[in-house]
Design a protein. Structure first.
Length: 230
């Protein structure tokens, strides 16, 4: 869970570039859409809470982090009710962080609840705009697989991991290095679920594929860095 949390933390948005004039004039853009002025203040508050959550999580202060992200979820849920197309991704992102915080505190049933909601949101978004949200759906499914495994629900964990792996396999055709790295992580989770179900040969095959995907992803990333301008 912690690995998932920190991958999303790197993508956490910042509210610091919004001036008071921007807020009053409604010049805030979220997911490519300029939002109405009355929505900017709750949105920026939600960003601040979400970022505070990630900062506290980095310090291992999981209870405080959960309090912050729960506030962000509440605000983003209200925003998503007004503009699901714009704020749905923000809500799902905070739900994944909330799930991770709850899992770190041993609150696994609640972690699964937040994870399921995130999967539902990303599935709807992916159905409408697959090029934007398939990878996020796969990430949320991987999160869900971990939550299910923590509860001993290994058959369901396997199903979620298999769906995530299938999505990443498809994405590897267009985004090979990044998709292979994420597929490797999902395959590792799948192997854990297969082991728990007593399916040793299948688990070994998943681990072998995870190793190959991880190595290919690392090689692709190094090659990409080498093509940059000096």
């Amino acid at each position: 869970m912690l690995g998932l949390f920190h991958r999303s933390a790197k993508r956490a948005p910042s509210a610091r570039h919004y001036s008071p004039d921007d807020l009053l004039a409604g010049r805030v853009v979220v997911n490519g859409v300029r939002i109405d002025a009355e929505l900017t203040s709750p949105y920026v508050r939600s960003v601040s809470l979400h970022n505070e959550c990630h900062h506290l999580a980095g310090l291992g202060r999981w209870g405080e982090a959960l309090d912050k992200v729960t506030g962000a979820v509440a605000l983003r849920r209200q925003l998503a009710e007004a503009r699901a197309d714009v704020f749905g991704p923000e809500l799902a992102n905070s739900l994944i962080s909330q799930s991770s915080c709850r899992a770190q505190l041993g609150r696994h049933e609640e972690a699964l609840g937040a994870s399921k909601e995130a999967v539902s949101i990303y599935r709807q978004l992916s159905d409408a705009r697959p090029e934007e949200f398939q990878a996020k759906l796969a990430l949320s499914l991987n999160n869900q697989s971990i939550c299910l495994g923590n509860l001993g629900r290994h058959a369901e964990a396997r199903k979620a991991s298999e769906e995530a792996v299938a999505i990443y396999r498809g994405l590897a055709k267009t985004a090979p290095s990044s998709a292979r790295a994420e597929r490797s992580k999902s395959l590792a989770n799948l192997a854990t679920a297969l082991d728990a179900l007593g399916l040793r040969p299948e688990a070994a095959a998943a681990r072998a594929e995870a190793g190959a995907a991880g190595a290919a992803g690392a090689a692709g990333a190094e090659a990409g860095m080498g093509t940059g301008a000096p």
